[in-house]
Design a protein around this ligand. Structure first.
Ligand SMILES: *[C@@H]1O[C@H](CO)[C@@H](O)[C@H](O)[C@H]1NC(C)=O
Ligand SMILES: *[C@@H]1O[C@H](CO)[C@@H](O)[C@H](O)[C@H]1NC(C)=O
Ligand SMILES: *[C@@H]1O[C@H](CO)[C@@H](O)[C@H](O)[C@H]1NC(C)=O
Ligand SMILES: *[C@@H]1O[C@H](CO)[C@@H](O)[C@H](O)[C@H]1NC(C)=O
Ligand SMILES: *[C@@H]1O[C@H](CO)[C@@H](O)[C@H](O)[C@H]1NC(C)=O
Length: 753
């Protein structure tokens, strides 16, 4: 085992601390639900296997655990601060829960993670222990007792250099096979023979028994079974059939959103069909949609929040994604239960250490971080084989430096979320944060209204009381200029504590909220929630969006909300997309601590006329076009598939010191295109940009390719997964692959359409 463990006592102490913290957290939050957070995710065995073969994610180490402990303790701190406030009651806890949920990858998952780590840690400690004992055993007795050769077969472990892990693996299973029933399911009974059979016919760690070959591993599939071309559909009925068989408030929300927008989807689909002569150019894919966050107990709570007007951003995306894929003609399955997942992918009974029983029946799986963990905990080795087919809905994005486990660990980019080693473009975000990830986005409903009569009225964005704290002066200035309306949750029989000049409507259903926005002149951000869908809805209804700038910008270092997220982004306003991609006259970003500036902005806004506006990428047509392009061109399974966008799109730029490629390209009105980094990663590219290198070196560094004027050093990237638009260093000038994009569709290249 290649595990470097700290002294046992230290680890156990850490484990103990984390357990205590975890229990505390649980009892604080969901009384009476102990145990429900215990994951059926990746089992200890699985982790052991990976650790022992260094396949991907190395075994957990002491520093990893302490990092998590740190994160947990900060979470605990903020929770206990909340608890100390006097008005705490169940309602309050619910609201707290809601706000925590705002984060797609909420705390539930992080508690799950903690528990998983602890159990893995303990397992590995004991495994390590066993392992050493075993080794000593081995040296004493030449052959292990009790399992001589079976009839007609030799069951000794042969040393074959092509299978370096075989003997280690046999050893491992001999000790561990009973800890996951899946081994017995595949015929392992503890004998060397059965283990060797398993390791050569279900996994491929050992040489084949005579008469077998590895291409017949039951779960492996190299070719996809495309048969038909996808044809644009003019109905969403196949989606309704799929969704109506499942229940729950979250699915109810998804269904009703799709229904409300169905005409828009269908019209957009028909227009697309006309333009492309029925030809979508992509094969019909079998697609699985698995919002892991809705599976299990977390899902029930998430669901109940939907009914209370909780955060819906992710559900909006799931709804729009399923409508989009249906219109594009793909064969869709949407599920929200882990059991259902297991049966669809053919997981072996047990705890997920073994590969699935047959080839994966889906060409694409859209899931989230939770679902990714569920998949890994159910597919054994097959997880890696098929990971190129996964797409992760990841609202806030995952930068490359956080994605590669070994790099993240050695360079201080470890978080609870990253480290999966997928292609960065497999993570799909809600807004275009960093072009390292793909923009999934969503579609804003276009209201058809003839008349657009605006009253002198502001609607405040913030459904919960706590979001209003510390904003009294700002609201005061607002209400001196405009009639201020709010839609803040009011506990039954009570009322929300808001400044007296504010008219509170309580939580409104979507239609009523839209009616209110329709009358309003301004939609007003308070600084939180960050980066939600509502400001775009307001723009589509003809409002101006007024939002606070965040000075200094919020980042994972300064903001509890972004802490632990796999990004280094500096968030300069409540809604950076609105600030950078939309801007005036629609979006006004103001320092709200400067009341003069606020008053001035409001007066200017009152004099401004705007029409309803939606950037193309957030319309149904724009989303269809984008997803269609992704499905046709993004192929992470075949290294020799053509580059997309094509290389002709490349506009090379040399950045100034200390700038990321995200900003270098943006400065030129372009966007960074990570798929073209490989074109800049050679000495010729440096020369073309007028740089002469005295030293050229290759390094694993997410800022490379880059140039350092001190010593004229040219740095080339040694790990393609680390090509990163994000990231900067005051000592480095980055080489940036930029490209143009059509107005309002930053994800696509005009040449690549
Ligand atoms: C492996 O098995 C498959 C199917 O049984 C067969 O078509 C193929 O030729 C075999 N390959 C080798 C290298 O024996
Ligand atoms: C497109 O499909 C429709 C029916 O689905 C058919 O009537 C029409 O001829 C097709 N158009 C082209 C250009 O293939
Ligand atoms: C989707 O695929 C399943 C399984 O192959 C099949 O039974 C079903 O008919 C397909 N549905 C559509 C709408 O193509
Ligand atoms: C406040 O805003 C006004 C108007 O934009 C500006 O002139 C002034 O310098 C700002 N004051 C501070 C302290 O930033
Ligand atoms: C990979 O892509 C290349 C080029 O498009 C193609 O020729 C090849 O058949 C593909 N391989 C597989 C396994 O799909």
């Amino acid at each position: 085992m290649r595990l470097s463990l700290r002294p046992r006592s230290g680890c156990l102490l850490l484990c103990l601390c984390v357990s205590v913290g975890t229990l505390l957290l649980q009892s604080l939050w969901v009384p009476g639900e102990e145990g429900q957070f215990i994951p059926a995710g990746r089992s200890p065995d699985e982790q052991g296997q990976r650790g022992s073969h260094g396949a991907q994610r190395g075994g957990p180490r002491g520093d990893r655990l302490s990092l998590r402990l740190e994160a947990l303790s900060s979470q605990l701190q903020s929770l206990s601060q909340e608890r100390d406030s006097p008005q705490i009651d169940t309602q309050h806890l619910h609201l707290l829960m809601q706000s925590l949920r705002q984060d797609q990858q909420g705390l539930v998952q992080s508690v799950e993670e903690q528990l998983k780590r602890i159990s893995q840690k303990i397992d590995q400690l004991s495994l390590h222990h066993h392992h050493h004992r075993r080794h000593r055993h081995h040296q004493e007795e030449e052959s292990p007792p009790g399992d001589g050769p079976g009839p007609g077969e030799s069951c000794s472990v042969t040393l074959d250099p092509r299978y370096p892990a075989c003997s280690e693996k046999v050893e491992f299973l001999r000790v561990r096979w009973q800890l996951d029933p899946c081994y017995a399911f595949y015929g392992v009974d503890g004998t060397t023979c059965s283990i060797l059979t398993y390791l050569s016919q279900v996994e491929d760690f050992c040489p084949l028994r005579p008469g077998r070959n590895h291409s017949v591993l039951p779960w492996r599939q190299t070719e996809r079974s495309y048969t038909e071309k996808a044809e644009v559909r003019a109905t969403l009925s196949s989606l309704y059939e799929g969704v109506s068989s499942s229940r729950g408030p979250a699915l109810g929300f998804i269904r009703s959103r799709v229904e409300q927008m169905s005409q828009e989807w269908i019209q957009a689909g028909l227009r697309m069909k006309q333009q492309s002569q029925n030809n979508t150019d992509s094969p019909q894919m079998k697609v699985l949609l698995y919002p892991g966050v809705l599976a299990g107990s977390a899902g029930q709570q998430f669901g109940s929040m939907v009914e209370k007007g909780g955060p819906l951003g992710e559900l909006v995306q799931w709804a729009d994604l399923s409508a989009c894929l249906t219109i594009l003609g793909h064969n869709l399955t949407l599920i929200t239960s882990k059991d259902h997942l297991h049966s669809l992918i053919g997981a072996a009974p047990g705890r997920g250490s073994c590969p699935i029983q047959r080839p994966l029946p889906f060409d694409l799986i859209y899931t989230d971080y939770h679902g990714l963990a569920h998949l890994q905990g159910a597919m054994g080795l097959a997880f890696q084989h098929y990971q190129c087919r996964f797409r992760i809905l990841d609202s806030f994005g995952t930068e490359p430096a956080f994605n590669v486990d070994s790099y993240a660990r050695s360079h201080g980019y470890r978080t609870s979320w990253g480290s999966w080693g997928l292609q960065p473009l497999q993570y799909m975000t809600m807004f275009p944060h960093t072009p390292d990830n793909s923009l999934m986005g969503f579609a804003v409903k276009q209201e058809v209204r003839t008349e657009n009569r605006k009253e002198n009225m502001a609607v405040v964005y913030g459904k919960q009381e706590y979001m209003w704290q510390g904003k009294a002066d700002y609201i005061q200035v607002l209400s001196s200029e405009l009639e201020v309306h709010a839609t803040v949750y009011q506990p039954p029989g009570g009322s929300a504590l808001l400044p007296p000049a504010v008219t509170n409507h309580g939580l409104l259903a979507q239609d009523h909220f839209h009616l209110l926005l329709h009358r309003a002149k301004v939609f007003v951000g308070l600084g939180f929630p960050y980066e939600g869908p509502a400001p775009l809805e307001a723009l589509s209804l003809g409002c101006v969006f007024l939002q606070p700038s965040l000075m200094p910008p919020h980042s994972p270092h300064t903001s509890p909300f972004y802490r632990g997220k796999p990004t280094t982004r500096k968030v300069s306003s409540q809604h950076p997309y609105a600030e950078h991609f939309v801007g005036k006259p629609y979006v006004w970003t103001v320092d709200t601590t400067n009341l003069t500036a606020v008053r001035q902005a409001i007066r200017d806004i009152k004099l401004t006329q705007v029409k309803p506006f939606t950037p193309r990428e957030f319309t149904c047509a724009g989303m269809l076009e984008r997803l269609q392009a992704y499905i046709t061109h993004q192929n992470f399974c075949n290294a020799s598939s053509p580059t997309w966008p094509p290389e002709g799109a490349l506009r090379s730029h040399l950045g100034p010191l200390g700038q990321s490629c995200v900003s270098v390209c943006r400065w030129s009105g372009l966007v960074c295109e990570p798929a073209l980094f490989h074109r800049l990663n050679n000495p010729k590219a440096f020369a073309r940009l007028g740089l002469s290198c005295s030293v050229s070196e290759q390094e694993v560094n997410h800022l490379f390719p880059a140039y350092s004027p001190w010593g004229r050093r040219c740095g080339l990237q040694g790990e393609p997964l680390l090509f990163s638009c994000a990231g900067s260093d005051p000592q480095l000038r980055r080489l940036c692959p930029c490209r143009t994009y059509p107005p309002g569709q930053v994800a696509l290249s005009p040449d690549g359409l």
